[in-house]
Write a protein that binds this ligand. Structure first.
Ligand code: HEC
Ligand code: HEC
Ligand code: HEC
Ligand code: HEC
Ligand code: HEC
Ligand code: HEC
Length: 317
């Protein structure tokens, strides 16, 4: 009886030892830092080293307002450490190394192959911390790329999924090696030269700039507005909504390419909010040609079939 209990204790200790050993093994610092990968993938490592992924920890710390939770998207040792032993802003060592995106070390029995590119990139490239912090009017949205693609999350704007949703894998357009630069050549593969980054930017960027200029003027004219006030006038509320919508469309970074239609819907909503309370003259915001084309009822009527859904399409031109 006694010896079998001793055996059990020894057995459990041995299992714990192996488990702990396994954990230490999975946490091989040279794999986390990328040094191990560099040994065989030197060219990829060299290219990666020039990107902002490789500088993400420094950018965070230099920003001056880093908090530990920020590391969830800015540091690989934080991401890979088990709950309870996460590093802090002071102790985190690495930026976004290979294992920030690749699921494992294939030389240690794992697979390095990324199965789902959209999900991998949008773990970090989202504006709601993975759906846990909704973007509220008055707040500043940060790079909501995922939300822009899905066409959701901008306050008070109804959903418009991207026409690019069927090709949502980021590397369809961000083709340039591990730099992930989006190039015109990538668009040409699908659009044969008919749609260009330049043309989309020419249409969207001036609209963003005009909205920014109007928002700056309004803010300067109302130094009395307190963002923390319990009760706010309709004009202040409209300003705060338009401000958040601007930061949503501007900080997602593609100038309309990720979701042309939702970008338009967001700009149109911001304009509408400001014009309604008299904070902006319609002609101050060149967001014109708004055309709400509601095709489905029309087509369904023509075909004489039952109306099953309503598709709303907002067109830029
Ligand atoms: C001992 C050399 C060696 C080391 C160390 C190494 N690799 Fe590889 N890796 C290879 C070879 C060889 C291939 C297959 C040829 C190719 O695609 O370059 C490969 C393929 C890959 C692939 C292609 C997808 C796949 O798995 O089929 C990925 C991704 C990858 N490695 C990532 C990594 C990462 C991340 C690390 C560091 C944790 C790493 N490798 C460390 C040699 C190595
Ligand atoms: C673990 C979090 C994380 C993942 C996963 C991630 N990114 Fe990033 N990405 C960031 C951060 C943080 C920055 C900005 C870093 C900085 O400025 O310091 C960034 C920057 C970028 C940039 C600007 C790069 C430059 O050098 O100018 C591009 C483009 C980009 N990411 C695309 C992607 C793509 C495509 C994927 C998926 C293949 C991806 N990211 C996966 C967090 C991530
Ligand atoms: C949900 C993931 C995520 C979290 C959490 C996060 N970031 Fe980022 N951060 C990113 C991504 C993605 C980028 C790259 C955006 C781009 O280039 O479009 C970025 C970029 C940055 C940049 C570069 C400049 C800029 O604004 O693009 C700074 C500075 C930054 N983050 C600071 C912070 C701080 C401070 C926190 C915590 C308060 C934080 N981040 C939390 C994902 C995140
Ligand atoms: C921002 C995310 C991200 C980071 C960081 C990253 N990779 Fe990749 N890598 C990808 C994606 C996406 C692919 C294409 C899908 C795949 O093969 O898994 C890829 C592909 C690869 C491949 C296959 C061959 C090729 O060139 O397509 C290798 C090898 C590789 N990566 C190694 C590395 C190494 C080594 C590092 C660190 C120095 C690294 N990666 C950092 C996202 C990333
Ligand atoms: C249909 C093509 C396309 C797809 C798909 C796409 N992007 Fe982009 N993205 C662009 C274009 C074009 C730009 C603007 C590039 C420029 O201004 O040079 C851009 C800009 C960005 C930027 C800002 C670049 C920078 O240097 O700061 C980031 C980050 C980014 N995209 C991430 C992503 C992520 C993450 C995904 C997948 C969820 C994705 N993109 C999918 C076309 C695309
Ligand atoms: C993998 C294929 C693919 C790539 C790469 C791609 N697109 Fe698209 N794009 C599509 C599809 C599919 C649609 C939806 C059908 C359509 O409108 O043609 C679309 C639609 C569009 C639209 C019309 C949006 C609307 O609502 O009318 C624009 C503008 C556009 N793409 C620009 C670009 C630009 C710029 C790039 C390069 C950065 C790019 N696309 C890369 C497949 C692609």
């Amino acid at each position: 009886m006694k010896s079998s209990r001793i055996f059990m204790v020894l057995f459990i200790s041995a299992m714990l030892f192996l488990l702990a050993g396994g954990l230490v093994f999975a946490q091989d610092p040279a794999a986390i830092s990328g040094e191990k990968c560099k040994g065989c993938h030197g060219d990829i490592h060299a290219e990666w080293a020039t990107t902002r992924h490789a500088a993400a920890l420094k950018t965070l710390v230099d920003s001056g307002h880093a908090q530990d939770f920020c590391l969830a998207c800015h540091s690989t040792d934080y991401i890979l450490a088990p709950q309870g032993s996460k590093p802090t802003v002071q102790t985190a060592q690495y930026a976004l190394t290979c294992l920030a995106c690749h699921p494992g070390d294939h030389t240690a029995g794992g697979s390095a192959k990324i199965e789902n590119i959209f999900d991998t990139c949008t773990k970090c490239h989202n504006g709601t911390s993975g759906g846990t912090r909704p973007i509220l009017p008055g707040s500043e949205a940060h790079h909501p790329m995922k939300e822009m693609f899905m066409g959701e999350g901008a306050p008070e704007v109804s959903g418009v999924p991207s026409p690019h949703l069927p090709v949502k894998d980021c590397t369809n357009c961000h083709v340039e090696g591990h730099k992930y630069t989006a190039t015109q050549a990538a668009c040409d593969k699908c659009h044969g030269g008919k749609k260009t980054i330049e043309a989309v930017h020419k249409e969207v960027l001036p609209k963003l700039d005009a909205l920014k200029a109007v928002l700056d003027q309004i803010k300067a004219a109302h130094p009395d507005w307190n963002p923390q006030a319990q009760t706010k006038g309709d004009d202040q509320k409209a300003y705060e909504l338009a401000y958040t919508l601007y930061t949503f469309a501007a900080s997602e970074g593609s100038g309309g390419v990720h979701n042309y239609d939702y970008t338009y819907a967001i700009l149109a909503k911001a304009k509408d909010a400001l014009v309604k309370v008299g904070l902006a003259a319609p002609e101050a915001l060149p967001i014109t040609g708004a055309e709400l084309v509601n095709l489905w009822p029309y087509l369904a009527g023509l075909a004489g079939v039952a109306l099953v859904g309503v598709g709303i399409r907002k067109r830029m031109k």
